[in-house]
Every structure is written in C-alpha cells, then in structure tokens.
Write a protein that binds this ligand. Structure first.
Ligand SMILES: [Zn+2]
Length: 253
C-alpha cells in the first residue's frame, strides 16, 4: 500500500483545500516527484462533494469523507450524518475520514458523539478510517480496544503519541502515518515513532496543503505544502532508522 515500483502513496492530503487554479499544477508536480496515489480526506459536508469530484477526475486519488473534530461544533447541517451515509453508499470505494478527537480544540463531548457515530458506520459499511487524534489517546485507545473484534482498517494520521501509547495500539493492527512534522527537530515523539514503529505499520503523508513546516513550503505552488514533499519525509524517516541502527549498545562495566 505504500512504496512500490509504481510510485509513492501520500496517505493523507486535502487536495480540495488548494485554490482551484493551482490544483492542476500541484498534481503535475507531485507526479513528477514520484507521488502517484493520494488519500484525499474531507473535513465537513462543505467539502465532501469536492473530494469526490477530484477523486473521479484525477487519477490515483482515493476519497475519504467525514466530519473532522474541529468542525463538529460549527457544522451547520443538522442532517450531516444522513448525508454522509448516503454519499458513502453511493461511493463504495470511499473511506471515512478525517474523523477523530482533539482535546485542544472545541468541545470533546460533541466530538466523541460524532466520532462514535461515524466509526460505527465504518464498521457497518466495512470502510477504512482516517483518524485525527490530539491529546485524546486514552479515550481513542479505550474505544478502539472495545471494538477490537470488528475493527475496520484504521490509519491514525500523523500522531504525536508516546511509544507506550503505540505499544497499546499496536496489537489492534492499526497503522500510523508519519508526516512533515518529522522534519521539525522539535517533534521528538514523532522522531521516536519513526525510529521504533515496525515499518510495515507506517505509511507516509504530506497533509498538504497544511502542516507547512519550513522545508515543505513550495514556492511554485503559492507557498503551500505539496505532496511533492513526501520524498523528503520518507528520506528523513530512513535517516532516523539508520541512526538508530548504528547506536551501539555499550555493555555495563
Ligand atoms: Zn488532515
């Protein structure tokens, strides 16, 4: 699902968030950089149609739609859930995402309700799920454990979690993505995950046009981050793993 001879997979992007005028150029530049598959995640009913449209018109774009935790409080549409269910039934390839929990922003109680409804739908329709989780890993881990027997494919997007938390999630078979934060020397937890998590459980993402850390701003596409930065992220993870492998354990005296 990640790197194969056919090209690289960007496991979390928001192509719908680019100004329409530059999307064509973003796609061309990304493909020239070797990125040929994209998991494009929606965030609210306002962008689901655009995510589905891009996935129908651009080659290699796989859609996911869902209500992001940041937008739970402000979703204007009372029927958002019914609409989501309808669109998922019409689009059998679509996953559910980006959904999740973020205790640093908004009301966690409302977020939990929205997350559980969407996750139960993913179980019912057997769809993969892209999860956003910030400082709510206890609640997320407990929930995922409670549905361990029926868990769909789960991808936790660019988590900043401790290795202890990962060790709890690992037996559930979930995967994580590593994104541009690994290029940021201050992201120790992310670097540690990059070094310690079994590579078979890791995919890579650009999260573009967001997560625009200094090395990911592409002047040619208006200074936004772009999937073309994915090889930088992957190279940094490879470097970190190598550093770790070269640490020689010193026997106790
Ligand atoms: Zn995202």
């Amino acid at each position: 699902m990640k790197t194969d001879k056919d090209g690289l997979y960007d496991a979390h992007v928001h192509l719908q968030a680019y100004p329409k005028a530059i999307l064509g150029s973003v796609m061309r530049r990304s493909r020239s950089a070797g990125v040929v598959r994209f998991k494009c995640c929606g965030t609210s009913p306002d962008d689901w149609d655009e995510v589905l449209r891009i996935s129908n018109t651009e080659e290699g774009v796989e859609p996911s739609i869902g209500l992001h935790p940041w937008f739970v409080d402000e979703v204007g549409d009372d029927n958002w859930f019914e609409k989501l269910e309808e669109k998922l039934e019409e689009n059998s390839e679509a996953g559910i995402g980006e959904i999740g929990l973020d205790s640093t922003r908004g009301n966690l109680k409302g977020q939990k309700e929205a997350f559980l409804r969407q996750f139960e739908l993913a179980i019912k329709l057997k769809r993969h799920v892209s999860i956003h989780c910030v400082k709510a890993f206890g609640a997320l881990t407990n929930y995922l454990k409670s549905v361990a027997d029926e868990l769909p494919e789960v991808l936790i997007h660019a988590p900043s979690m401790s290795l202890e938390t990962w060790r709890e999630l690992e037996p559930l078979g979930v995967m994580i993505t590593i994104g541009p934060r690994v290029l940021h020397t201050a992201s120790l937890k992310v670097s540690q995950l990059a070094m310690e998590v079994d590579p078979d459980r890791v995919l890579y993402e650009s999260d573009s046009p967001y997560t625009c850390v200094h090395k990911c701003s592409v002047a040619a596409v208006g200074g936004f981050n772009s999937p073309e930065t994915l090889p930088l992220v992957m190279a940094e993870v490879a470097r970190l793993r190598k550093v770790k492998d070269n640490i020689v354990a010193v026997p106790p005296q």
